[in-house]
Unconditional design. Structure first.
Length: 251
């Protein structure tokens, strides 16, 4: 059993700080670095990439809709050509900084509303896949099992990786419960870590209505912007190791 543990990092902006990136980088195996469209700025990106390289943590570009005001969690209508160009812009920026720090971007993970949208919208998904294919078609895209991204990416020779969310509630269909609904985010470390183990070994987890949802994942996400994010991530890491799971980046 080999699992990647990823977290969203570098989500500060200017004088505003969000989460404890350095502490989380000592726990996770992959860092989804904000690219400046939903959060992050050049200094934050540079510091996060440098710290990830120092710790041997894989760097991913966390691309988003251009939505600083709503942290990338507002669904937007963006023309495919424009979305493709904006994803390409973000990816190139973070990869350039990562390379200057001695590393590189190893994968792409859409953020927030864009992540959820491209799971079901072929047009928006194709724009993201096109951007990755234009930049480097060997870069995997993190997405949910069952996402339309899988087939679209395969057609362009872009790899995809199944991801699961230990700290988010699921619908019976295997999608994420919208954040505006009660119980969408799970905060109890024992519950989150137990779910992570079930996900790692390929067992089902309970959806919000209590029905079982099959989960197959190579990477598990714990969010860096939730309260007690470090404690949650550490509980997940400890529980996975206790269960005999090997923690290793997929890229």
């Amino acid at each position: 059993m080999v699992i990647d543990l990823n977290a969203d990092l570098g989500e500060g902006f200017g004088i505003w700080r969000l989460g404890d990136d350095l502490a989380l980088l000592d726990i996770v195996t992959s860092a989804n670095v904000a690219c400046g469209f939903h959060a992050g700025d050049p200094v934050t990106i540079r510091r996060t990439c440098a710290a990830a390289v120092d710790r041997g943590v894989s760097i991913g570009a966390q691309v988003s809709y251009r939505d600083l005001a709503h942290f990338g969690r507002r669904e937007m209508e963006v023309e495919p050509e424009e979305l493709c160009a904006e994803v390409l812009y973000q990816l190139a920026a973070v990869d350039g900084i990562a390379r200057a720090m001695g590393g590189r971007v190893s994968y792409v993970k859409p953020h927030g509303a864009l992540y959820n949208r491209i799971c079901r919208d072929p047009g928006q998904a194709a724009a993201v896949v096109d951007a990755v294919a234009d930049y480097d078609p060997t870069l995997p895209i993190l997405t949910l099992p069952g996402s339309v991204v899988h087939d679209l990416a395969a057609a362009e020779g872009v790899p995809t990786i199944n991801e699961a969310f230990a700290d988010r509630a699921y619908t019976p269909e295997g999608t994420l419960v919208p954040r505006r609904e009660p119980g969408a985010v799970i905060h109890e470390p024992a519950a989150v870590s137990a779910r992570a183990v079930r996900m790692a070994v390929g067992q089902s987890v309970q959806a919000a209505d209590g029905t079982p949802v099959a989960v197959s994942a190579r990477s598990i996400c714990v969010h860096g912007d939730t309260p007690d994010a470090v404690r949650l991530a550490q509980a997940v890491r400890d529980r996975l190791l206790e269960a005999g799971v090997v923690l290793q980046a997929f890229a």
